[in-house]
Design a protein around this ligand. Structure first.
Ligand code: AHR
Length: 537
């Protein structure tokens, strides 16, 4: 693809936009030709972003949440290792993983599934470990689950990471009584059979768990229910999921898959708003679009890359459409949309157990993650929680392990870069992007979001998904203070670049300096296939 270099001259772009603006202001006759010329030029080659200094709502830190299931080596051989493994541990929780997750400020961790949640019986995972019954993990490889990692171990993990627990309760094969008693065990601070059992198992204080999923994928592995049937079940289970003193629950409806808008519509219509804090949505990016042959994590051509990004960016439409349905029943946006499973899902690494969902993680995954987080930030008035699947060794993992070694994936670095948006004030971004064209299909090459933190610092996250073209991006700042500007970048030589146990830092964050301040704008040269976060103080 050839691009006219003269038009990507940052000064030219800047002056064109400035000229147009001043024509508008002075209402002079030049306004239309100038506008037209500017649009023509910018549409081709330059991204123009304007960031408003108009704080409206907070980007919930919980958008940056994660999901860890009893699946493959996420829990066992991931967080929870053999006591003989020569790594620093608390009990059997490995501390190098804890430290890495603390660094990116993981705000919440969803557990124990996924599909596993609806065959998990919590009583099997408490008490002396050598007396815990074993079970078969029928969803994930048919392996024997020894229940050595249960409620106490999970909550200890959350406390070490410094994150909030988010438990998905069993609706599919569980009972109302079983779920109700689990909550009493976790949250009641008085004298009761469950609270006494908790104390006998070594925990005096209740944990005060608040995020509570009422089932998982109840349209599929969680019970193959219709939305009508599930809505009724939800009301039963939720009625007995009690708020104990000082421990109110945030109950989350098991939500739709992808574009199943009827699911959202039915649940919103049938379940009273006061009975739910949020409603879920699950959407995975499948590179080829086919579940039968999803595509390799490390070997793909440009057309598969384009499809991957197209599928990932579909999240924007999904979130907008599910939100629009919610608006009909909840115009005040009291109920949160929770994207409690998302991420790229590829074929497993050759030679690994197909039931363990182990996949490598490339720069492409980082571009998927960063673009998706920009979408969530931009919809954060409604999207108030999200959970990437799944933290360690499974699907779009943050961390891969090989015995005592760990590596941080490109996706991990995205969460490191974007943590500045957690609980910051959302800022409106207007964006005009050049296109990334592949055959007869096109996508916006640049996406962005912005926020202002409690110290007044503004952060702008910019993603250029174009695989080959660096894009000049003019960022207008209105009255945002920008005396000091710094930047960080994540990119790599190839879209397929990965970190390996031999080269764990092949893809990593670097300082970024390819920008210039010009009056009230910053002109950024955004390299091909890159993620940049600017800090303006
Ligand atoms: O994340 C893997 C699986 O994907 C989860 O167990 C399930 O909820 C979803 O279908």
């Amino acid at each position: 693809m050839q691009y006219p270099t003269i038009l990507s001259n940052p000064n030219l772009a800047f002056h064109l936009v400035k000229l147009t603006k001043s024509c508008f202001k002075k209402r002079i006759a030049l306004v239309f030709p100038a506008l037209l010329f500017t649009i023509l030029v910018l549409a081709q080659d330059t991204a123009v972003i304007s960031v408003q200094n108009n704080t409206k709502w907070t980007i919930s830190k919980h958008i940056y949440g994660h999901f860890s299931e009893h699946l493959g080596h996420c829990i066992y051989g991931g967080y929870w290792v053999d006591s003989t493994l020569p790594v620093a541990k608390k009990d059997r929780i490995r501390l190098d993983i804890v430290e890495a997750l603390r660094k990116i400020k993981v705000p919440n961790l969803r557990w124990p599934g996924g599909c596993f949640a609806d065959e998990y019986h919590w009583r099997d995972g408490i008490g002396p470990r050598n007396q815990r019954p074993k079970m078969v993990n029928t969803n994930w490889g048919g392996v024997t689950e020894d229940n050595s990692f249960g409620t106490h171990e999970y909550l200890e993990l959350c406390s070490l990471i410094g994150c909030e627990p988010f438990i998905a309760g069993n609706v599919g094969s569980g009972t109302v009584e079983e779920m109700s008693k689990w909550i009493e065990y976790l949250n009641f601070n008085g004298e009761s059979p469950m609270a006494n059992m908790r104390k006998a198992n070594g925990r005096t204080e209740p944990w005060k768990v608040s995020f509570w999923g009422v089932g998982n994928e109840t349209w599929g592995c969680g019970g193959n229910m219709t939305p009508d049937f599930y809505s009724d079940q939800y009301k039963r289970f939720a009625s007995f999921a009690k708020d104990y003193p000082g421990a109110p629950l945030k109950k989350i409806v098991s939500g739709a898959s992808d574009a199943d808008y009827n699911w959202t519509e039915t649940c919103m219509k049938k379940i009273p708003l006061w009975m739910m804090w949020g409603i879920g949505l699950h959407y995975y990016t499948i590179p080829t679009g086919s579940w039968a042959k999803k595509g390799s994590a490390t070997s793909f051509d440009e057309s598969e890359y384009f499809n991957t990004m197209k599928n990932a960016l579909f999240m924007d439409k999904l979130v907008a459409r599910h939100s629009a349905i919610m608006d009909k029943y909840d115009p005040d946006k009291k109920v949160a949309l929770i994207v409690d499973e998302w991420g790229i899902w590829t074929d497993v690494e050759p030679g690994t157990n197909p039931g363990f969902l182990y996949q490598q993680n490339s720069l492409r995954d980082a571009l998927v993650a960063a673009s998706t987080l920009n979408i969530f930030n931009n919809h954060s008035e409604r999207v108030r929680m999200a959970n990437l699947a799944q933290t360690i060794n499974v699907l779009q993992a943050l961390i891969l392990t090989d015995k005592e070694k760990i590596l941080l994936t490109p996706t991990y670095h995205v969460f490191d870069l974007f943590k500045v948006h957690q609980d910051a004030s959302y800022l409106d971004v207007n964006l005009k992007s050049p296109e990334y064209v592949s055959g007869d299909k096109k996508l916006a090459a640049v996406n962005a979001s912005a926020s202002k933190d409690s110290s007044g610092a503004v952060h702008i996250s910019l993603v250029n998904i174009h695989p080959a073209k660096s894009i000049t991006t003019v960022v207008y700042l209105s009255d945002i203070n920008a005396r000091n500007i710094s930047g960080q970048i994540l990119t790599a030589p190839q879209l397929t670049s990965v970190n390996t146990f031999d080269k764990p830092n092949a893809v990593q964050i670097n300082n970024f300096t390819a920008f210039k301040k010009k009056e009230n704008a910053v002109i950024v040269t955004l390299p091909a296939k890159s993620i940049v976060v600017l800090e303006l103080k």
